[in-house]
Design a protein around this ligand. Structure first.
Ligand code: PMP
Length: 450
């Protein structure tokens, strides 16, 4: 088309004319035009202010427009915007050290990518090269990204239209006490049965064919499900017993989200590889990567690493990571996430569950919480279909937005995932808005289901 024909249109009109949106039927797309953002707030083009309980795809752990990070990117841009990844740069070297210092003991080498899916892809590549095996185990109820390997590892319904080339992926059931695939009566039985099931999957697949097991430490978009005590230690033991590389996907859970630098800290396990992205620099410039242990890193001491990316360790992204991690330390942002979760979000959401019959389950930690909405607590029938959304959830999102709160939903779940910088007062404000919208959900479901 000619340039002249689009020059007078506004942002919204240009978006609808030329932008193909992710994961959406384009006819349904109706994006908010965002003008600016600061801290835990976002302003639309009409000047309306919203409290951001989404962290923009669970990403802006440090909040929007942190001045130290903006300044670091600006200074780096003036000095060196881009360079081949074959060169060493100060921001990449410093970012790698800061990340390695925060991963569990022994994961001291960092391979940089542009985001989370590429981090998972490269973790799998490392595991396959290291073991000489090809299969990869991953759980149903997971999301690992939208590139070919990562989407096939994903257990969430977003895999369904993408899985024609999924050779080598084997899904297993993880523990899910609220909707137990094992019909367990409690968490410890769920944990034991989930581990027995996993061991059977490994044995039936043939352990010598299994390169890796990929597991979100706390599955995120699939439902924010902290694992029962002992589960991850059991996974670690099975991986050790069968020579399988344990890849923790902490793209969403890492960098403060759960109130720890990495969620594995809560469970006392050390994976072989950790895939990270998002919170590493709160997405100010795209960045992801893999933290690698010595045994796997040394596979490539005298054998070429079979992969690479033009923007691996991009100077602007790494400068943003250095500034983000430094500010998180200086401002106690990880501890803030832990405290707000333990003192406000957890108790506040449990209190909402006492009053709202539509809430079937509340779970989470740090600033990483989910509510399951159900039509009936006894049957646990979801308030929206698996893989879809439905009018009740759409209305909840719209009602919250109307009252100044951005909040994400996935199928029949509401996720409460504000930046790690949120104050107790701001968290209470958001919960009060959610409380009002849940009244409507209760009423609507009661009308529909008697
Ligand atoms: N793994 C997990 C756990 C994620 O949550 C995501 C993104 N939501 C990804 C991988 C993919 O990351 P990206 O979108 O940066 O490719």
């Amino acid at each position: 088309m000619s340039l002249a024909s689009s020059s007078s249109a506004g942002t919204y009109e240009l978006d609808r004319a030329h932008v193909l949106h992710s994961w959406s039927a384009q006819a349904d797309v109706d994006p908010m035009v965002v003008e600016r953002a600061e801290g835990v707030h976002v302003w639309d083009a009409d000047g309306r202010c919203y409290l951001d309980f989404t962290s923009q795809l669970v990403n802006t752990n440090i909040g929007h427009q942190h001045p130290a990070v903006v300044q670091a990117v600006r200074e780096q841009a003036e000095q060196l915007c881009t360079i081949s990844p074959a060169c060493a740069t100060e921001p990449r070297s410093r970012a790698a050290r800061l990340i390695a210092e925060r991963t569990p003991e022994g994961l001291d080498k960092i391979f940089f990518t542009n985001g989370g899916a590429e981090a998972v892809e490269n973790a799998v590549r490392m595991a396959r090269s290291h073991t000489g095996r090809h299969k990869v185990l991953s759980r149903y109820r997971s999301y690992h990204g939208a590139t070919t390997t990562a989407i096939n590892l994903t257990g969430d319904p977003r895999r369904w239209p993408n899985e024609q080339s999924g050779a080598g992926t084997v899904h297993f059931f993880g523990p899910h006490p609220y909707r137990s695939p094992f019909h367990s009566r409690d968490e410890s039985e769920e944990c034991r049965r989930a581990l027995e099931h996993l061991e059977q999957v490994i044995e039936l697949e043939g352990p010598e064919t299994v390169a890796a097991l990929v597991l979100e430490t706390v599955p995120g978009t699939a439902g924010i499900m902290p694992p029962p005590p002992g589960y991850l230690r059991g996974v670690r033991e099975l991986c050790d017993r069968y020579g399988i590389v344990y890849i923790a996907d902490e793209v969403m859970a890492g960098f403060g989200r759960t109130g720890a630098w990495f969620a594995v800290e809560h469970y006392g396990v050390t994976p072989d590889l950790i895939a990270f992205a998002k919170g590493v620099n709160s997405g100010y410039v795209p960045l992801g990567g893999v933290a690698v242990n010595e045994a796997i890193a040394s596979t490539f001491d005298h054998r070429a690493y079979p992969g690479g990316l033009t923007y691996s360790g991009h100077p602007l992204a790494c400068a943003a990571a250095v500034a983000t991690i430094t500010a998180m330390d200086e401002e106690g942002i990880v501890d803030n996430a832990a405290t707000v979760g333990a003192e406000v979000l957890g108790p506040g959401l449990r209190e909402l569950a006492e009053r709202h019959p539509s809430i079937g389950d509340v779970r989470g930690l740090g600033v990483f919480w989910a509510l399951e909405l159900v039509t009936d607590r006894a049957t646990k029938e979801p308030a929206a279909p698996y893989g879809g959304s439905g009018p009740v959830m759409k209305r909840l999102v719209a009602e919250c937005a109307e009252a100044g709160l951005l909040i994400p939903t996935t199928y029949h779940r509401v996720h409460v995932v504000p930046p790690c910088t949120i104050t107790a007062q701001q968290a209470r404000e958001g919960l009060a808005v959610l409380d009002g919208a849940l009244d409507t959900v209760d009423r609507t479901l009661a009308e529909q289901h008697g």
